[in-house]
Design a protein around this ligand. Sequence first.
Ligand code: THU
Length: 140
Amino acid sequence: MENKELVEKALEARSAAYTPYSGFRVGAALLCADGTVYGGCNIENAAFGPSCCAERTAFFKAVSEGKREFSAIAIVGGPAGKEPEDFCPPCGVCRQVMMEFCDPERFRIVLGKGDLSFREYTLKELLPLGFAGDGVERKE
Ligand code: THU
């Protein structure tokens, strides 16, 4: 799928953002290896801590439906009431979640804006020397 189309899907997903406490609305579109796309938005909470970023919403939706292989994610974000005018890079926690499921040299992170312009990075570029759990015992 073209990056531009993935950015459009992230913009669509952003429309469901629940952001009463920040007014900063984020959308993500996660492209699975099988071609399916999962949207995600940020979902905030009055207790702040339980809030979830758009990227993790998309990942957890996909993984909970059995997906384990991913090609790319598009991310858009910005203040409510207008289309995103700046790029919105993923937070460190979301980069670590990507590290769990994605090949850092191949997984593409596409940052988009409302005008559908975008920049593409690999996960390795945005999370150099990421922790992949090498040496952590796996039980299954
Ligand atoms: N947020 C995301 O959803 N993704 C990001 O990559 C950066 C931040 C959310 C968290 C919070 O709901 C709001 O944006 C402001 O930080």
